[in-house]
Design a protein around this ligand. Structure first.
Ligand code: PMP
Length: 421
């Protein structure tokens, strides 16, 4: 497998060697790294990527769900370029941010107000700060295997072990209480035991990096109930799940959090994040009356904001319905192929999001997901040989330029890839 990959990617290999001498690992994102080296992308348009080695790949990774309209969608490119020509980096508020804020407030029932930042990491960091400032508490409750970016407290328990990675202060562990996803009893017990010490419960309505595992309705309702009873803000991290409905997963699942962290697609392909929610909580960011400092050179950058507006205008209810229908169809096909194969396969996901797991299931949390299976990497390479880019861990997602034929292409590639393992 590895030899075939190296033979197909000589330009990437040369670039990776060059990159390694100036960047550790030759890249700047842990998640995009894989052995022996990731291939370099030259350009991308619509549903496909062109690598520097002259390969064309169907992009079923879409920058980890960010590129929901595919690559270089014309209305977004135009809006962003126009804004650049009009002068972009200014230390003053601009109308595009107001437009994007109004659009999001209109679309999401739980959002009264919003503050923009530059990544999902900053979004969850600011949401947690708002919750801490509100409650005066310093501990958070999060999910085993829940991913919320790379600031200290949310790095705890990312690998389902409740521990800190190197470089994160051990003291951060004392600030985090983890619970298993979809374990309502454990969540209730945790809130009974330490609810009065908690600043917030933060969770993804679909566990993303932890395996693309949907929450049960019961778990989301329990999350709402225990936080309401304890008077602790409920924070939904919708950085990935916002694509599931015009008003995010919270609309689809009919549960309203107090705060929402957003990112990825709301910036039109430029770096973005946002913390949003109920007026009283968000008022803490008001410079005259609030207590939270929130600065950032690129916060509400006009090109990002207008790119977000142009993206959301394309991503309306109809577009999302088509994406979700294709996703349902694809997950059904992949599960059928898995069942007919000699591997143990469970497909999870919701709407246009999916993940392939090497286990019989049921997959309900990080621990039952079979994460770290030795077959994940060979599957990734086998899919790539078939012209399909998914995440090395087996995650994929659809973009609006994909049609029914692309769904068939992905399914056929999966069937052939499984046969080759
Ligand atoms: N939260 C979730 C649910 C995410 O999936 C991610 C990124 N994949 C983040 C937060 C962090 O966002 P960013 O990479 O923009 O910091």
């Amino acid at each position: 497998v590895r030899e075939a990959y190296e033979r197909a990617t000589p330009q990437s290999r040369a670039l990776a060697e060059r990159a390694r001498s100036v960047m550790p690992g030759g890249d700047t994102r842990s998640v995009t790294y894989h052995r022996p080296y990731p291939s370099f992308v030259d350009s991308a348009s619509g549903a496909t990527l062109q690598t520097v080695d002259g390969e064309t790949l169907l992009d079923v990774l879409n920058n980890y769900t960010q590129s929901v309209l595919g690559h270089a969608p014309e209305p977004v490119v135009e809006a962003v370029c126009d804004r650049f020509r009009a002068g972009n980096g200014v230390a003053a508020p601009t109308e595009p941010a107001v437009e994007l804020a109004e659009l999001l407030v209109d679309r999401v029932a739980s959002i009264d107000q919003i503050r923009f930042c530059n990544s999902g990491t900053e979004a969850t960091m600011n949401a947690i700060r708002a919750a801490m400032a509100w409650t005066g508490a310093e501990r958070i409750c999060k999910i085993d295997g829940g991913y919320h970016g790379t600031h200290d407290v949310v790095e705890i328990g990312v690998s389902g072990d409740g521990r800190a990675h190197e470089g994160i202060p051990r003291s951060a562990e004392r600030r985090v209480q983890t619970v298993s996803y979809n374990d309502s009893e454990q969540l209730k017990a945790t809130f009974e035991a330490v609810g009065d010490e908690l600043a917030c419960l933060v969770l993804e309505p679909i566990l993303g990096a932890g395996g693309m595992i949907p929450a049960t309705d019961e778990f989301l309702r329990t999350a709402r109930d225990v936080t309401e009873d304890a008077d602790v803000p409920l924070v939904f991290d919708e950085v990935m799940s916002f694509r599931l409905s015009p008003g995010g997963a919270q609309e689809r699942r009919d549960v309203e959090p107090d705060l929402t962290a957003l990112g990825k697609l709301i910036g039109g392909g430029l770096p973005v994040g946002a913390v949003a929610g109920r007026e009283q909580l968000m008022a803490q960011f008001h410079p005259e009356t609030g207590s939270i400092d929130h600065s950032g050179t690129f916060n509400a950058n006009p090109a990002t904001m207008i790119g977000g507006v142009a993206t959301l205008e394309q991503l309306d209810g109809d577009a999302i319905a088509v994406l979700n229908r294709r996703g349902d169809e694809l997950r059904g096909r992949l599960q059928q192929i898995g069942d007919d194969s000699n591997q143990r396969i469970t497909i999870t996901g919701e709407g246009s999001l999916f993940q392939i797991h090497f286990t019989d299931g049921p997959v309900r949390d990080w621990r039952s997901s079979g994460a770290g299976s030795p077959l994940s990497e060979p599957l990734f390479h086998a899919m790539r040989r078939e012209g399909i880019l998914v995440a090395p861990r087996g995650m994929g997602n659809l973009s609006t330029p994909m049609d029914d034929e692309d769904i068939e292409t992905i399914a056929t590639a999966f069937e052939r890839a499984l046969e080759s393992l």
